[in-house]
Design a protein around this ligand. Sequence first.
Ligand SMILES: [Zn+2]
Length: 90
Amino acid sequence: MSCDFCGGSRAASVHSEPRRDGAARTVGTMALGRRYDGAPLIRVDVETETWVDMDVEVGNSLHCSSISAEVEASAYVENARFCPFCGARL
Ligand SMILES: [Zn+2]
């Protein structure tokens, strides 16, 4: 038993929250690896966008604007015993 995650590329895309209109989009990847001691380790990388509000005072006038910034976060899932896609034992 294998799948793209556990038998092939060992990576799969992750998506935004599922919605009825099917507008979920790819927001990152998850990949299967090994911890330092050899135990299965799932790494999840999520890319998202955040908005930062800025107030800039020039002379006597205040300018308000917001800029967007791309951020990427990584998290790890330990003690995974089964493939999250096909259920194969890791
Ligand atoms: Zn699998």
